[in-house]
Ligand binder design. Structure first.
Ligand code: CDP
Length: 213
């Protein structure tokens, strides 16, 4: 079973996807961390993330070790991720890794939950269940701001809001695999929902779709 969870910045995709994977005993892949790892690597090497040739070459040599960097959640890394993510050759280089994970999940799991921007539309268009998780912009900015403060980082709300809007705009307007809901995705607007409510709503959809199958 493949479950696709897509949505904009800080919509709660990761929390939902991780909980679904644990509850259903499926493998979990945060595809954003792959783009973040590439962005972080380029920044650390002093390479401009918008340099398509260098970014594509680095994407081809990305390893699982790169996904363990501890700076992946930094906002500068998030911006770099969204810049490299708009480069078609980078996306092409990272597609096989994501599809392989879905087709042969690690640890003998019977399926996988993937979260990102284009899972339901491009990476796993045949996923059994697709969710598009969203929330209004200010709610998402408040959540990300709180998350940064809880991690002990300095955070200015106005800057978080601006970064989030920049990244959403770049992710939605790019030509290759832009952020958008698949036609058969179920929309979860988490603006007025806590993590438990979003999880319950998603589990209800999964049970319903399994019963209909
Ligand atoms: O957690 P957050 O919503 O801040 O972002 P993320 O899921 O970690 O993704 C970081 C960036 O990677 C996004 O802004 C996208 O530009 C890019 N991304 C993508 O293009 N396609 C994916 N499947 C996942 C992430």
């Amino acid at each position: 079973m493949i479950i696709a969870v897509d949505g904009p910045v800080a919509a709660g995709k990761g929390t939902l996807a991780r909980r679904l994977a644990a509850a259903l005993d499926l493998a979990y892949l945060d595809t954003g961390s792959i783009y973040r790892a590439l962005g972080a690597k380029l920044l650390a090497d002093g390479v401009d993330p918008a340099d398509g040739d260098k970014a594509a070459r680095a994407a081809g040599s990305l390893t699982l070790k790169d996904l363990e960097r501890d700076d992946l959640r930094d906002e500068t890394v998030g911006q770099a991720a969204s810049i490299v993510a708009a480069i078609p050759a980078v996306r092409a280089a990272l597609l096989a890794f994501q599809r392989d994970f879905a087709a042969s999940p690690p640890d003998g799991k019977a399926g996988a939950v993937l979260d990102g921007r284009d899972i339901g539309t491009v990476v796993c268009p045949n996923a059994e269940v697709k969710f598009f998780v969203t929330a209004d912009t200010r709610t998402r900015a408040r959540r990300r701001h709180k998350e940064l403060l809880e991690r002990g980082e300095e955070s200015i709300y106005a800057r978080v809001l601006q970064d989030l809007q920049d990244r959403d705009a770049r992710d939605s307007r790019r030509a290759t695999a832009p952020l958008k809901a698949a036609e058969d995705a179920v929309l979860i607007d988490s603006s007025a929902m806590g993590a438990d409510d979003a999880f319950e709503a998603a589990m209800t959809v999964i049970c319903q779709q399994n019963a209909d199958r």
